[in-house]
Design a protein around this ligand. Structure first.
Ligand SMILES: [Fe+2]
Ligand SMILES: [Fe+2]
Length: 340
């Protein structure tokens, strides 16, 4: 029988006679990663396929077994830089000033360098002018400086290549920027008080892909087969083959990053905003994501077959002219931010 290591997912073929001879639980170290593999001595007991999950022709785990193993390994994910958490605490305090925020940013030199670069980008309007974080805080103010800090922290996490999704390095980053810019514009129209949350949620809505990409790559043939007639979306393939999708994993990642709950909910439902009744942020992030995908920037294999939820369009009173305008805005935002 095939037995998959719940830690590194390497699959081993173990003779069934060997397992049936044992009536007591068997625990053995995975030869590849040394993690524990547990079997209860009966062929059907704790093998991945027997946990109520979908049968897998490849022997790779899926469903709850895979999800549990992924969530257990979330600690391997790079943490959200500490400076982001400190800044969040600071900006929730009304008495804080832009110089306090600048001091926090300066404690992380790598992030400070990115913030400075972004401060001089054409979009933020002061190219070649800002010389230090303190200077940026005076010129840009606390709100924009905080936005640049969010961008600087996210760029280090979202810039990598994700082969499972057909994304080259920088593609997810561009898509995330487009979604963030669109989400902010949509929020300004529907509920301006949500603009900052919409920007942040739009920026990290697909962070679950960082986790799922290697698992999808490992199951590439299954994904290709599932989608070969062109009738199925990549999201449907995730649900069918893995048993869950990247939005569910994103929610777990965001919890680890201590992102505020309302952003987590919007991210979790970004492909199904109607799952949350009249949740403005979820509708905004969903629509912004769809518009970003339609604009074709940083779009991977999952950009195909994706549509805006009709109810979200009605909820946001969105016309086709407005969609075109948002697409143009997002493209301009990326050009002017990335060329920093
Ligand atoms: Fe997504
Ligand atoms: Fe997306």
């Amino acid at each position: 029988m095939k037995v998959a290591c719940p830690h590194c997912h390497k699959v081993y073929d173990i003779a069934e006679e060997r397992l049936q001879q044992q009536c007591i639980p068997i625990v053995f170290p995975c030869p590849a990663c040394k993690g524990k593999i547990e079997l209860d001595g009966h062929v059907s007991a704790k093998a991945p396929e027997a946990a109520g999950d979908q049968p897998s022709t490849t022997g790779l785990p899926s469903g709850e077994v895979l999800k549990k193993s992924i969530l257990k390994n979330l600690q391997e994910l790079p943490p959200m830089p500490q400076v982001a958490q400190k800044a969040r605490q600071l900006t929730s305090d009304e008495k804080s000033s832009f110089t306090d925020l600048a001091k926090i940013i300066e404690t992380d030199q790598a992030i400070a360098a990115r913030v400075l670069k972004l401060s001089n980008s054409p979009y933020y309007g002061v190219a070649g002018f800002v010389t230090s974080i303190q200077h940026a805080s005076v010129v840009l103010g606390i709100k924009t400086l905080n936005e640049l800090l969010t961008l600087a922290c996210a760029s280090s996490l979202l810039g990598s290549q994700l082969k499972g999704y057909g994304l080259d390095s920088g593609d997810l980053w561009k898509h995330s920027l487009a979604a963030a810019a669109c989400a902010r514009s949509l929020a300004k129209k529907k509920n301006p008080g949500l603009a900052d949350d919409a920007f942040s949620a739009g920026l990290i809505h697909d962070c679950g892909k960082l986790i799922l990409a290697p698992y999808i790559e490992e199951r590439k043939t299954q994904f290709d087969d599932f989608m070969k007639d062109g009738q199925q979306s990549f999201l449907a393939a995730e649900k069918s083959i893995l048993g869950f999708d990247h939005a569910q994993i994103a929610a777990a990642v965001c919890e680890k990053w201590q992102i505020p709950k309302k952003l987590i909910l919007a991210i979790q439902y970004h492909h199904k905003p109607s799952g949350l009744q009249y949740n403005e942020l979820a509708h905004i992030v969903h629509t912004a994501d769809a518009i970003a995908l339609m604009s074709g920037i940083g779009t991977g294999v999952d950009g195909m077959m994706y549509q805006i939820d009709k109810k979200a369009m009605e909820f946001l009173e969105l016309s086709t002219d407005m969609i075109s305008m948002l697409m143009a805005e997002a493209t301009e935002y990326i050009e002017k931010t990335i060329t920093a």
